[in-house]
Design a protein around this ligand. Structure first.
Ligand code: NAI
Ligand code: MG
Length: 358
C-alpha cells in the first residue's frame, strides 16, 4: 500500500511532536507499505498570517489527497478573538469525525494503579456546537450556550464504543491477558438533571445495546453499566482499574480524558484518534504547551501512540501493535524519559530510543 498522510503540526510543541510522528511512520515502511506526507497548515499562527485558523485548502487537501492525517496541537486564545474558531473542533465537524477515541494505559511495573481504559468521546455536538449568545437584563448580563444531543450521533458513538469493547476483548484473549472487569462499557451522563439531553444520550446508547441483543448478539459478552458524571470522576480516581470502555458526550469526555491522563503520569502519554466513516486523524490529547515550547523536551509518546491509534483504524493493527510495544518497552525500562515523567531526555532522544526498539 502507498498511503498519503496529511501532517498538520499547528502551534507550539505541536510542531515538535509531529516531527516525531513522521519519523515513526518512516521507520515502519517496507516494500509493501509506503508513506508519503503532505504538510498542511492550521492554527493560531495560520490565523495570524492568513486571517483564518483552518484554510479551505487544508480541508480540501485532506478530502482529496490524503488517506489519513496527524494533527499536533494548536493554541487557542481563552478570550474571544473576532474571526477565530478552534480549527480542530471545526475539522472534526467538517470531516464528520464523529468519535474521539482515547486509550489511557499505565506502564507495567511503574507504581500506581494499572489503568487500561479507552474513553470514547462524542466529537461533533453537545456544547461544542458553540451556539452561544449573551444579552442584557435589568439584573445584568446573561450568557447562554446550546447543548445539543442527537439520537443519530449518540447511537453511532454507542456503536463504536461497543465495537471497541468487543475488539479489546478479542485482543486480550489472543494475548492471554485480562482486564479486572472487562469487557464493559460505562455510559457517562448527567441525566438525573439533564433528563432530555443527557437522557437522550443514555437512551440512545442503551438502544444500540438492546437492539444488538435481540439481533445478532455481537455485544452479548459486553457488560453495560452507567455512571453519573460527577460520581464517575470520584470512582475514576478511587478505582481506575475498574474501567474498560467509557462512552461520554463531548464535554464530559474531554474532561474525563485529561483527568485519566493524570492517573497514568502525564498528558504527554495519552493519544487519540478522531474517527469517521473512512477517515481518521491521529492527535495527541495535549495542547500546544507554551510553557515548554522550543525547549526540545516535549514528550513525543502521545503523538507516537496516536500514530498507532490512527493505523489501527486504517486496518494496520500489526504495525500499530509494533509501535505500542516499542513505546511500552521504552517506558518500562525507564532510562530514556522526558522531564514530564521525571527523566532528563530530550524529545529526539526519546524518539531514537523508540525507533531502535521498532
Ligand atoms: P496543554 O495540554 O498544552 O498543557 C498542560 C500542561 O501539560 C503544561 O504544563 C504542559 O507543559 C504539559 N504538557 C502537555 N503536553 C506535554 C508533552 N507532550 N510533554 C510534556 N509536557 C506536556 O494545555 P494548556 O496549557 O491548558 O493549553 C495550552 C494551549 O493549548 C492553549 O492555547 C489551548 O487552547 C491549547 N490546547 C489545544 C488542544 C488541541 O490542539 N487539541 C487541546 C488542549 C489545549
Ligand atoms: Mg481537552
Amino acid at each position: 500500500r502507498n498511503l498519503r498522510i496529511g501532517l498538520i503540526p499547528g502551534d507550539g510543541i505541536g510542531k515538535e511532536v509531529l516531527t516525531s510522528g513522521r519519523q515513526v511512520l518512516e521507520a515502519l515502511q517496507s516494500p509493501s507499505l509506503k508513506f508519503s506526507f503532505l504538510p498542511l497548515s492550521a492554527g493560531w499562527g495560520t490565523f495570524k498570517s492568513t486571517g483564518t485558523a483552518l484554510p479551505d485548502s487544508t480541508v480540501d487537501a485532506l478530502k482529496a489527497e490524503c488517506d489519513a492525517a496527524l494533527f499536533g496541537a494548536v493554541s487557542s486564545p481563552s478570550t474571544k478573538v473576532p474571526g477565530y474558531t478552534s480549527p480542530i473542533v471545526a475539522l472534526r465537524k467538517k470531516m464528520d469525525l464523529y468519535a474521539n477515541v482515547r486509550p489511557v494505559k499505565s506502564v507495567r511495573g511503574v507504581k500506581g494503579p494499572q489503568v487500561d481504559m479507552v474513553i470514547v468521546r462524542e466529537n461533533t455536538e453537545d456544547l461544542y456546537v458553540k451556539e452561544e449568545r449573551s444579552y442584557d437584563t435589568p439584573e445584568g448580563k446573561v450568557a447562554e450556550a446550546i447543548k445539543r444531543i442527537s439520537e443519530k450521533a449518540s447511537r453511532r458513538i454507542g456503536k463504536i464504543a461497543f465495537e471497541i469493547a468487543v475488539q479489546r476483548a478479542q485482543v486480550r484473549a489472543a494475548n492471554r491477558s485480562e482486564h479486572p472487569t472487562g469487557p464493559m462499557v460505562t455510559i457517562t451522563h448527567k441525566s438525573n438533571v439533564l433528563s432530555q439531553s443527557d437522557g437522550l444520550f443514555r437512551e440512545s446508547v442503551r438502544a444500540v445495546f438492546d437492539a444488538d441483543r435481540t439481533g445478532k448478539g455481537l455485544y452479548s459478552k459486553v457488560n453495560l453499566e452507567e455512571q453519573i458524571v460527577d460520581s464517575m470522576v470520584y470512582k475514576l480516581f478511587r478505582n481506575p482499574e475498574h474501567y474498560d470502555v467509557v462512552v461520554a458526550p463531548n464535554l464530559y469526555g474531554d474532561i474525563l480524558s485529561d483527568g485519566a491522563a493524570a492517573l497514568v503520569g502525564s498528558l504527554g502519554l495519552v493519544p487519540s484518534a478522531n474517527v469517521g466513516d473512512g477517515f481518521v486523524i491521529g492527535e495527541p490529547c495535549h495542547g500546544s504547551a507554551p510553557d515548554i515550547e522550543g525547549l526540545g523536551i516535549a514528550n513525543p509518546v502521545a503523538t507516537i501512540r496516536s500514530v498507532g491509534t490512527m493505523l489501527e483504524f486504517m486496518g494496520l493493527g500489526e504495525q500499530a501493535a509494533r509501535i505500542y510495544q516499542a513505546v511500552d518497552a521504552n517506558l518500562e525500562e525507564g532510562k530514556t524519559l522526558s522531564p514530564d515523567l521525571g527523566g532528563k531526555a530530550k524529545t529526539e532522544e526519546v524518539v531514537q530510543d523508540i525507533l531502535r526498539r521498532l
